[in-house]
Design a protein around this ligand. Sequence first.
Ligand code: NAD
Ligand code: SER
Length: 317
Amino acid sequence: MHTREQKRVLITGAAGQIGTELTIALRERLGNENVIGMGHRTKAPKELEEGPFIYGDINDLESYEKIVDEYEIDTVYHLAAILSVTGEKNPQLCYDVNLNGLYNILEVARKRDQRLFCPSSIAVFGNDEETGEVVLKPTTMYGVTKVAGELLCDYYYRKYAVDVRGIRYPGLISWKTEPGGGTTDYAVAIYYEAIRNKKYECFVRADTKLPMMYMSDAIKGTLDLMDAPLENLNQHSDYNLSSMSFTAGELAESIAKRIDGFECTYVSDNRQEIADSWPDEIDDASSRNDWNWDPAYNLERMTEDMLANLEIKLKEE
Ligand code: NAD
Ligand code: SER
């Protein structure tokens, strides 16, 4: 039986791209039994079978409250969301999960004095039509829900002192769990296809440049932000975080250097428009100043690591 001093953490969206790896990292710190993974419809990944994994819907407030009370949760990493491409296919679902779901998470946290991590995204940005400047004016429903979500989180901090923190993750690249429904998914799929077939048809142009990050840096940033003393934070739910920016063409070149004969072709589809609406780079000086953010991976190091791990994973499949 855990004691009240022991942290008990719930991760929503635990079967997702970030959730799988964050659950593993938190279990290493806090012990398997103190980190509860919450999935929705996706089956729990094998790596998460060592600790509690339950299924629930963040839009069902009553059952979510029951889960939180049963496990005496004091900290929630809220990763359940609908990403940009799925969000454009089904904007109503995106609104419902990303905003009504978030509202439930915040309300439960307010009533139980829980700490929260609620991530945002580079998708909060858009281009000003007149000046071309990068501004907080997204053009996707996903981006709209992320900006509104940041504001809602900050409201709960100011009004109710809920300690809620969040990062605007760039596109995340990882090999453990595949991403789904995002615009930056090409930057992961390219590695799988390079190993399987030595070719990839990319759905954005070669000159499309976006901020990206390797998953181990994203996990480190998440844990570092949650570990930072509250008094050091000048922002709460909207910290920019960057580590590298590259074009789809540069990504393909870094793979071609290591896989003989790899070829990438480019056929843009409707995801190009979403990618074009996001900034090439973001300034993360406040994360570096407030909580010492310092990423470890650049494109070449990441490609080495991705290919080495994926070679092993795909051989085992
Ligand atoms: P993901 O799509 O891999 O996982 C999200 C999970 O949410 C899914 O497994 C899904 O089953 C679950 N979910 C959906 N609706 C739900 C509901 N009603 N109740 C409970 N669970 C539900 O997403 P991810 O890539 O791991 O992203 C996690 C968070 O990070 C999201 O807030 C996302 O916006 C943000 N983010 C991700 C990236 C990225 O590149 N992966 C970049 C920027 C921001
Ligand atoms: N990777 C995410 C997406 O493409 C960005 O938030 O939707």
